[in-house]
Design a protein. Structure first.
Length: 363
């Protein structure tokens, strides 16, 4: 229809204006003698002769002493970094970044938003590894990357907003307040989800855990600290860029999730994923579509119900969605404890060990 024809020129204009804004901010930062800094993010990879690592980072300009090793200073983190601070650093467009893995140097480039998202070929043993990153004029920073065994057949892909952290995305004004105004220590974990994911990863210690979100790359380190404070399993965050693209005025969060899931199916064809999300956005539809396209890559689909009213809505549409993915179990429940019980009933999660009655101690 005529709408896409109008949208393309508008999005092109928006991209041009955004690029000019970034260029002006970058010039102002240089005049103030700010320096480029690489903000390192967790990545992941695959072991073997054809192994590789996905390196993820962001290049920004910062005044001296603002970051330490590419991360906020400990005192600032202790006080609590308010959400808006993640969006104020000027980005470095097309920065040339040197990546060092296992003693070898690779050259990669940031995109127009300063984001580095590159895959480098390297043969590493399964497990966690350090990746060093630097640009000209910056200190060397390091990121962690989890390399998956080529024989591993299980993994977890988990949504973030309202699945592991309460953001109230179905209520936009409250979500904006939680994301931009409150400091990071005021954010609340969702009930029981950390325990659930910890139990799953303990049962599958070599399996990758990846967090998939429509949030911006700007909040990667804030979310990483949140996951650590609340004892969630370590894993890479797969976020996106906010703002216009050549074909859209605003990036599609749904399309971002669809694209990342398809990419993971191609990168790990041997893995069957446990997909975890909520019914506040479009996770059931996104996961069902993925399961229909890649049924061998889905072990089960877990949907956390956000509220009684939304649970009723989700229950009303769940039958149709579940029937479209025959052979793939679905779990709908309101918290981690109830989800765990249903996964146990399906044989997908081991029951916790029971205390020995003969060894009980009474206080």
């Amino acid at each position: 229809m005529s709408v896409p024809n109008r949208a393309a020129p508008l999005s092109g204009l928006a991209v041009a204006l955004e690029d000019r804004w970034h260029a002006w901010r970058l010039e102002q930062a240089k005049r103030r003698n700010w320096s480029p800094t690489v903000l390192p993010f967790r990545g992941y990879g695959l072991s073997g002769a054809d192994g590789w690592v996905r390196v993820i980072a962001r290049v920004v300009m910062a005044p001296p002493g603002f970051f330490e090793g590419g991360r906020h200073l400990p005192a600032m983190v202790e006080d609590g970094v308010r959400g808006w601070r993640n969006f104020v650093s000027p980005t470095v467009n097309a920065a040339e970044v040197t990546v060092t893995v296992a003693g070898r140097d690779y050259t990669v480039w940031a995109d127009r938003g300063g984001v580095v998202d590159a895959r480098v070929a390297v043969d590493l043993a399964p497990g966690w590894h350090r990746v060093s990153l630097s640009v000209e004029g910056s200190e060397v920073t390091s990121a962690a990357a989890f390399v998956v065994d080529s024989e591993e057949g299980f993994g977890v892909i988990c949504d973030v907003d309202d699945t592991v952290v309460v953001t109230a995305l179905p209520r936009p004004l409250l979500a904006a307040w939680n994301s931009f105004v409150l400091d990071e220590h005021a954010r609340n974990p969702t009930p029981g989800m950390a325990v659930l994911l910890d139990r799953i990863t303990r049962q599958h210690p070599a399996a990758p855990t990846l967090y998939l979100s429509t949030g911006a790359w700007n909040v990667n380190q804030t979310l990483t600290r949140f996951l650590g404070r609340n004892l969630y399993p370590d894993g890479a965050l797969l976020l996106t860029d906010w703002g216009p693209t050549p074909g859209r005025l605003f990036r599609s969060g749904t399309q971002h999730k669809v694209d990342q899931l398809r990419r993971l199916a191609g990168e790990f064809p041997h893995i069957s994923w446990l997909l975890v999300g909520d019914d506040g956005q479009h996770d059931p539809e996104i996961y069902a579509e993925f399961a229909r396209r890649h049924p061998r890559n889905v072990r089960a689909i877990v949907i956390r119900q956000l509220s009684p009213s939304q649970a009723v809505l989700a229950g009303g549409r769940s039958a149709g969605i579940m029937s479209s993915t025959p052979g793939i179990p679905w779990v709908y429940a309101s918290d981690g404890g109830r989800i765990a019980a249903r996964l146990e009933a399906l044989g997908l999660l081991d029951a916790p060990p029971q205390p020995d009655a003969d060894k009980e101690e009474y206080l």
